[in-house]
Structures are given as structure tokens and as C-alpha cells.
Ligand binder design. Structure first.
Ligand SMILES: O=C(O)C(=O)C[C@H](O)C(=O)CO
Length: 274
């Protein structure tokens, strides 16, 4: 299991571009026939990619770094379909997971397997430490809490879908959703914000091969940028701004863990302060 250590904000000004990517970007999470996970010390999130080959299954293993009897012994897990569709089986119960849907799996689940219905199926895994066993619950895309935000004149009109959140599916720490700028809109999370109480992870997807997202991180007045492609994951420590602009529109999954689960708990940063 690849382990990413936590970062002090002073460190990023001195990092080379390669060091910045090695610390914050996960670029190789999706590979046909593989389940790959990364452990981040930022709020102890585990992030993973699963790309089963149709007709086969992949199983979530226990990893020695967790010092647990099984993966979800002390953890909750969200599985989200970024493309395609398939089946997630949790202790013998099958859940059909389709594009942009999420499955919340509570602490205590022992056997978790993945199967794809189509060759393009990619499931993203996000996990946080959990003190309580919340019920395993499927949230199809149509059941997510959906709102529109942004303005065309700022090229940031976008649909925000919340799958796991304070007023919906209950969890210990995870808050998760998917945001998609509309056609002709390219900015996300504008104006930017921080939330020193939660780490946030973005996964960019629905991005054609020759398109890119320029993702910004850092403290106000000290931004760095990362050029990301389809399927790339970026970890934002709690102190970091996290916003991006695409060469076209795209979708991104966002998932948070930390001190609270309040989506509205954000410290807004005015554009001139960036
Ligand atoms: O485009 C947006 O705005 C978002 O989707 C914001 C993210 O959900 C976020 O950063 C929440 O803290």
C-alpha cells in the first residue's frame, strides 16, 4: 500500500513540481483487473481504484498497515461508480452500482467484492476511520441531493450532487458528492474556500484524453498548480484551497473526512486574495 504522509503548509513553497505531485496526486489508481489503494495520513483517509474485468471479481483485502483483522474493522467505506456499472457484494448482499451512484458501507463489513457489468467500469473507494456502525446504503445518482450553483458570466455554472452528507445517508466522517460544470463552464469551487477541519480529496473524471484540469492548491497568496488528467486524484490537506479550471467541462468526485461533516463549514476566500 502506497503511504502518503501529512504536509505542513510551509513545505509546499520549496517543493519541486515532481515532489508536489508525489505528495498530493495519485495518477495510477485505475488499471484493468486491479484494485489499488493509497493510505493518506491526512485524516487517515484510504483512497482506492477498482477496475474489474467483466466476468471476474476483485476483493478488498486487509492491509498490514491497518493492523486490523479486516479492512472495515474500524473503517467506513464509500464506493462510487465513475464510469460503467457493476455489482458490489457486501457480506453476501449484492448492490447494483451504476454511473455516478455511491454505496456507503458501514464499519464491520467483512467481505467486499467488486464485479463489472461493462469493460469501462471504474469504482472509486474512499474510506475513513469510523467509531460507529452506520447502515450500508445505496445512493443511486437520482437519489443524490442535487443543487445548481455558479454563474455563466464566471464560467462556473455547475451541478452539485451530495450522496453522503449530514442530512442524508449517515456516516461517521465521510461526506461525499459529485460536481459537474455545465457545457461551456470550466471553473469548480469558485470562489475558493478552505475548511481547516476537514481534508478533501477530488477525483477528476468524464475528461477526454486530450483535455486537462489545472487544479490549484495552497494558502491564499501562495498557490501552486497541478495539471491533472482523467482519473487523477488530488489530496487537499485541511489548510489548502482546492479549486480548478478545465480546458473543457468535466465531472469531479469530492470526499471529505475530519472534525465535522458540515458542508457549509467553509472559510471563503475572495478572488483578489487568491
Ligand atoms: O464546485 C464546488 O463548489 C464544489 O463541488 C465544492 C466541493 O464540494 C468542496 O470543495 C466542498 O468543500
Amino acid at each position: 500500500m502506497d503511504v502518503r504522509h501529512a504536509t505542513h503548509p510551509d513545505e509546499i513553497a520549496k517543493m519541486t513540481d515532481e515532489e508536489l505531485r508525489a505528495r498530493f496526486v495519485i495518477s495510477d489508481l485505475f488499471e484493468a483487473g486491479r484494485l489499488t489503494v493509497v493510505y493518506s495520513h491526512e485524516d487517515r483517509m484510504v483512497l482506492g481504484g477498482v477496475q474489474p474485468v467483466p466476468g471476474t471479481t476483485l476483493t478488498l483485502e486487509n492491509y498490514p498497515e491497518l493492523r486490523a483483522e479486516f479492512f472495515c474493522q474500524r473503517r467506513e467505506l464509500a464506493v462510487t461508480a465513475l464510469s460503467g456499472s457493476g455489482t458490489v457484494t457486501v457480506d453476501g448482499t449484492e448492490y447494483e452500482l451504476a454511473y455516478m451512484g455511491a454505496l456507503y458501507i458501514g464499519r464491520g463489513a467483512r467481505e467486499i467484492t467488486f464485479a463489472a457489468a461493462t469493460a469501462d467500469t471504474r469504482f472509486f473507494l474512499s474510506s475513513a476511520v469510523s467509531e460507529t456502525a452506520h447502515p450500508t446504503t445505496l445512493v443511486p445518482a437520482a437519489d443524490a441531493l442535487t443543487t445548481q450553483t455558479g454563474e455563466q458570466e464566471h464560467a462556473n455554472r455547475r451541478t452539485v450532487r451530495k450522496h453522503i452528507h449530514e442530512d442524508g445517508v449517515s456516516s461517521s466522517q465521510l461526506v461525499l458528492g459529485i460536481t459537474a460544470p455545465e457545457t461551456g463552464n470550466v471553473w469548480n469551487s469558485m470562489p475558493p474556500h478552505t475548511h481547516d477541519r476537514r481534508t478533501e480529496v477530488y477525483v477528476y473524471f468524464d475528461l477526454a484524453e486530450n483535455e486537462r484540469v489545472f487544479h490549484f492548491m495552497g494558502l491564499p497568496g501562495h498557490t501552486r498548480h497541478l495539471v491533472l488528467k482523467d482519473g487523477d486524484v488530488v489530496i487537499s490537506p485541511a489548510w489548502s484551497m482546492h479549486f480548478g479550471v478545465g480546458t473543457t467541462n468535466y465531472s469531479f468526485l469530492w470526499v471529505m473526512a475530519g472534525e465535522n461533516q458540515s458542508f457549509a463549514d467553509m472559510d471563503q476566500i475572495a478572488v483578489p486574495q487568491i
